[in-house]
Design a binder for this molecule. Structure first.
Ligand code: ATP
Length: 329
């Protein structure tokens, strides 16, 4: 009986711009996605039955077919029916460390881990593009979760170009445990309020994403990554380029989420007043993140925020930006 343990890191959005509507009902986006080291751990064990089981230690996570990790296993079983018949089903156990419904792609990361793990368990030898094609059938963020690091994502988020990564920086994540924002609500509200700014022609879409590809944020990311590569961290450059990156963080969904969720807006304002490189809401929220130069600064600011907002519902995590997607533990 084969078993694998996989690390499934979450992500933050350094940039999220909504370009327009798509025929499939999703939005045309241009994003810069960044892995974080905070990760779920997924254990996979082949079983001798023709079935899938799923266990999770988090009460807000469904353990039925609505769990994205479960759907990933179903997809593998239907796509590779011979292997399924040969090896049997799979028992999935999720140790949830990523906050749920937080804009950090927790479900997508778990699903990506199941695809990678079942590929290994069944000796399929799938290539990264093949895994990413399967991943795109499950959700827009799943392909990125497979490869991880730093990437520019277009289309509905599934078309990826990897950028040299930024894993020298640290990040604070802050989320109210009992506050969640519906991703469909956020996008629908954005559409209702900002439809007149949408671009629908192909040239317009390409030019909006090209503007980001050759823009200041991308340049700052590439320069910082390049300067770190040979020496593993030059202090003043990290500060200078990190500040530039912090200033240029952007998320269109803040325009609809912050006015509706004053606690999220307050968190963001509090971080903005602290000694951090920059702060932004991740994805459709409600997690707010703050980029920091190093671990000490991140811990210090996290403690200051804990002292400022005395609310047992507020949770904070300090983690490093990550350089990889799904890894075998
Ligand atoms: P994204 O950033 O991709 O929008 P998210 O971080 O906002 O994702 P998730 O943590 O993936 O959100 O959870 C969104 C919802 O999906 C949850 O409310 C939960 O009911 C459901 N869900 C399904 N599968 C999972 C999973 N494996 N882990 C967490 N939530 C899951």
């Amino acid at each position: 009986m084969k078993s694998y343990s996989l690390i499934a890191p979450g992500k933050i959005n350094l940039y999220l711009e909504i370009i327009g509507d798509r025929a499939d009902g999703f939005h045309e986006l241009v994003m810069i996605l960044q892995s974080i080291e905070l990760a779920d751990v997924i254990d996979l064990k082949s079983n001798d039955t023709q079935g899938i089981t799923l266990h999770c230690n988090h009460s807000q996570v469904p353990v039925d077919e609505t769990n994205l990790a479960y759907r990933a296993a179903q997809l593998m079983c239907t796509t590779f029916a011979d292997s399924y018949a040969n090896y049997g089903g799979v028992d999935i156990t999720i140790a949830k460390n990523l906050p749920v419904a937080a804009g950090l792609a927790g479900g997508s990361a778990d699903a990506a881990a199941v695809l990678v793990g079942m590929d290994l368990m069944w000796n399929l030898g799938l290539t990264q593009p093949e895994l990413q094609d399967l991943a795109a059938k499950l959700g827009s963020d799943v392909p990125f979760c497979i490869s991880g690091g730093t990437a520019i994502a277009t289309g509905r988020g599934e078309k990826l170009d990897l950028i040299s990564n930024l894993n020298s920086l640290w990040v604070i994540l802050a989320k109210y445990k009992n506050l969640s924002v519906s991703t469909p609500w956020a996008y629908q509200t954005y559409r209702k309020n900002y439809r007149n700014s949408y671009v629908s022609d192909v040239e317009g879409i390409i030019s909006r994403s090209d503007r980001v590809r050759s823009g200041d944020l991308m340049n700052a990311i590439v320069e910082l990554a390049r300067s770190l590569a040979p020496i593993g961290g030059a202090g003043s450059l990290v500060k200078q380029k990190g500040r530039k990156i912090g200033e240029l963080l952007y998320n269109d969904l803040e325009k609809v989420v912050l006015p509706e969720y004053p606690k999220v807006a307050e968190l963001r304002d509090i971080f903005a007043d602290k000694r951090v490189l920059g702060t932004m809401m991740s994805g459709s929220g409600p997690t707010v993140f703050a980029l920091c130069e190093n671990e000490d600064q991140a811990e210090e600011v996290a403690n200051q925020v804990r002292d400022t907002i005395v609310d047992s519902d507020l949770e904070l995590w300090v983690t490093k930006l990550g350089s990889s997607g799904i890894q075998v533990a």
